[in-house]
Write a protein that binds this ligand. Structure first.
Ligand SMILES: [Zn+2]
Length: 328
């Protein structure tokens, strides 16, 4: 925005308050007279250097040492702190201070890096006109800023995981998705994991009391949990659902559900995981218990309520799910 949105009030304010005496690149991110938000932006400056460059014409708006106007990035970093003394160019100089007509005026090079700068300056001459900022993403010049394009360019891309579409389905209540996602990564504090962190516990499932607690036991090998899952998924007519964690995912893949069926099945699966984990936590912290039947009714009701809420927001999937649920 600082380089491309000259009409913005925020840009005018920043230019007046912080940039009236020096370059954006020379501001100290530990200067506490600068607002916290702007200091956070200053700490991200190094990332923008891979996108931003300045095309110099007269050089009257470009800081010699701080703006990225050569292929070597910021010259104070490239030539080092002795650069201003070596070249006789003060720290806050503009590029125009080393031009005379269409020629560059620069002291003879004394190092390989200074020589590189000389060689680069022979590739073009100063010319009448304003300097211009160039924003490139993936080597393509952009005429407007896109947060999405920049994020795609700087993020560490990893191959998408096979289970992603079963977790991040829009028909699922967000807090359910987060719980299921953490269980898919096996990051929730089940007793086996807490013991692996060195906690002194007696590992016994609080739901059935007959086996050690782990993710794979809770969903849905545990006799109590399996009653919840069977009652819930049985509503859709599935009388013998898989009970092993991995087998459930394999079932999602192999069952060839259509989009509506898959959304409904996922609503029930996520819901079951959430209410079972809630029940386990209630027993762990408060000693309160609910029957498996109460949990399964909760899951089914939440699936229908979520579908209605989606329909009320105009979602196509919501309309389809409400119609689907009305047949059960
Ligand atoms: Zn159990």
């Amino acid at each position: 925005m600082l380089y491309f949105r000259a009409g913005s009030i925020w840009v005018a304010w920043v230019r007046d308050k912080y940039l009236s005496a020096g370059s954006f690149w020379s501001l100290n991110s530990r200067n506490y007279s600068i607002s916290w938000t702007f200091r956070r932006l200053l700490k991200l400056r190094h990332i923008t250097l891979s996108f931003l460059s300045i095309s110099v014409r007269e050089g009257g708006e470009t800081y010699f040492w701080f703006d990225p106007w050569t292929p070597y990035g910021i010259l104070i970093d490239y030539l080092g702190p002795s650069g201003p003394m070596d070249l006789g160019i003060p720290l806050n100089s503009l590029v125009s201070s080393i031009t005379q007509g269409s020629a560059w005026i620069l002291r003879p090079a004394r190092s390989k890096r200074q020589l590189n700068l000389h060689v680069y300056l022979t590739s073009f001459s100063p010319s009448p006109g304003s300097d211009a900022a160039i924003w490139k993403v993936e080597d393509i010049i952009c005429t407007k800023f896109s947060t999405k394009d920049v994020w795609k360019s700087i993020r560490m891309a990893k191959p998408s995981v096979s289970w992603a579409r079963f977790i991040w389905n829009q028909a699922i209540i967000p807090k359910y998705r987060i719980t299921s996602w953490l269980f898919t990564l096996n990051r929730n504090p089940t007793m086996d994991r807490m013991m692996s962190w060195g906690l002194d516990l007696e590992n016994c499932c609080l739901l059935c009391g007959s086996a050690p607690e782990s993710r794979d036991h809770l969903f849905f090998v545990c006799p109590y949990s399996s009653l919840v899952w069977k009652a819930v998924i049985g509503v859709l007519g599935f009388t013998n659902p898989p009970l092993q964690w991995d087998s459930v995912f394999e079932w999602f893949v192999s069952a060839s559900f259509n989009r509506i069926q898959l959304a409904a099945v996922l609503q029930l699966w996520h819901g079951s995981i959430y209410v079972i984990w809630q029940e386990r936590n209630a027993r762990y912290h408060n000693g309160l218990t609910k029957s498996h039947w109460m949990l399964s009714q909760d899951v089914i009701k939440q699936a229908k309520d979520k579908s209605s809420a989606m329909r009320n927001c105009g979602s196509d999937l919501g309309f389809s799910l409400v119609a689907f649920w009305s047949t059960f």
